[in-house]
Design a protein around this ligand. Structure first.
Ligand code: FES
Length: 111
């Protein structure tokens, strides 16, 4: 998975882009229909959006839904693999952090 996109006017396939906007931890990010959530994050320059138990940054590792490194919450749905879920216009994404044996969003840790 690459963070780089081919500009639409340079794409030999002649694709059309349908823009979308998601919100990640309150930050609006623009993407195009068909991108995964991870694709939108990578295209926005975010290489990591989660921390493992050791504090090490996590983002896309396998990119195929096997490793769990890219987990995010989408609305009320937790533990969504960002590399497997296509972004939908209006998605509200919350990044997660692993605490103990579970996953918590930063906002839950503050409670
Ligand atoms: S990057 Fe491995 S599950 Fe998403």
């Amino acid at each position: 998975m690459s963070p780089r996109r081919i500009p639409v006017d340079a794409d030999a396939v002649g694709r059309r882009e349908v823009p979308l906007r998601i919100t990640v931890d309150g930050e609006p990010l623009d993407g195009i229909a068909g991108q995964t959530i991870a694709g939108v994050l990578l295209a926005a320059g975010r290489l990591a959006w989660r921390r493992g138990p050791s504090g090490a940054p996590r983002g896309v590792f396998c990119g195929i839904g096997v490793c769990f490194d890219c987990l995010v919450s989408v609305g009320d749905e937790r533990d969504v693999r960002a590399c497997r879920r296509r972004a939908r216009d209006g998605d509200v994404i919350t990044t997660q952090r692993r605490v103990g044996n579970g996953f918590n969003s930063p906002s839950e840790e503050e409670e």
